[in-house]
Design a protein. Structure first.
Length: 138
């Protein structure tokens, strides 16, 4: 039997968990997915399997004797988060490797990655440029 977590739709929901709403008798809840699909629930609430829910920001319209409001909550996919994190780590490693490869080439080197320019100037070129600039200033 699955563990059912009672939620008030104020925090994150992890895709794949089983939830039920923690609202009193007489409550109606409309859940709107990131795609705009609306699903309505009325008290007593069933156990809801979130395996088919899309990750993203969802909207809940809650109407009860005690509460009326609109809330937004996020459905997160833990496997997608780990994959995204690993992709970012790999991008950083690639940038580091490109930078090191360019530095070993000496001189002035520029590399553009995703509209960001990385420029390296060897100390020899920097000193020569500074000396030439100082000569023209005299």
């Amino acid at each position: 039997m699955a563990i059912v977590r009672k939620v008030d739709l104020k925090g994150d929901i992890i895709k794949g968990e089983t939830i039920t709403f923690n609202y009193p008798v007489g409550t109606d809840i409309d859940i709107i997915s990131p795609e705009g699909t609306k699903t309505s629930y009325t008290y007593p609430f069933p156990d809801i399997d979130t395996n088919t829910w899309l990750p993203g920001i969802w909207t809940a319209i809650i109407e009860s004797p005690n509460v009326y409001g609109v809330q937004q909550f996020e459905v997160t996919d833990p496997t997608a988060k780990a994959s995204e994190y690993n992709d970012l780590i790999q991008i950083i490693k690639d940038i580091d490797q490109i930078t090191l490869d360019r530095i070993k080439g000496n001189g002035v080197i520029s590399q553009t990655i995703q509209n960001k320019s990385l420029t390296y100037e060897s100390s020899e070129v920097a000193i020569t440029s500074t000396l030439n600039l100082c000569k023209t200033c005299q």
